[in-house]
Ligand binder design. Sequence first.
Ligand code: GRF
Length: 205
Amino acid sequence: MYKIAVFVSGRGSNLKAIIDRLAQTEKNAEVVCVVSDKLDCPAFKIVESKQIPTYSVSQNENENFLSYTKLVSILENLEIDLIVLAGFLKKIPNILIDSFEKKIINIHPALLPAFGGKGMYGLNVHKAVFEKSVQITGATIHYVDKIYDNGKIIAQKSVDISRVESPEDIASLVLEIEHELLPEVIVKFSEKKIIEKNNRIYINK
Ligand code: GRF
């Protein structure tokens, strides 16, 4: 069984898209836990009826939150194969990156390396894209390393935004793209079809 941990901070529409898509596969991959930087993350509601455990993690000592050290041992004991950041707003500490080398991916709501980096999340991204009068944007899935939005790019999908009238229009067009792209890439990971060759990432058919 290919085991996935999903990290969230918001409503969890990408988490729902992942769970729905994996339910259509031959059950060789599943979300086995959900992690948030919030105690009562709205996305937790998506899994409360599915017996999928949720964990709240913080870098600061707090009896209500797990430390990242504790979280790493939980994820290792669960034998997690892939960590998916789906709207997780906190920077991933080195202890987690070092423990899950090349096993952490993030979805960013723009075509990196453009419109990425610290502070570029959620509507901030779409406002910057709108203000530049960018005509094509999209979503990017990349490996997570120790610099924001910097890891090697795995997959991208573009969308025409030449007719949009607001950053919110862009956000909804890009979110649709995310809900298509992220689950498909996760399925490819579970099928061992994500290949690195000559410093580039290839997705086998
Ligand atoms: C998505 O737009 C994603 O690209 C960004 O955060 C948002 C998460 O939305 N990283 P949701 O919580 O999955 O609905």
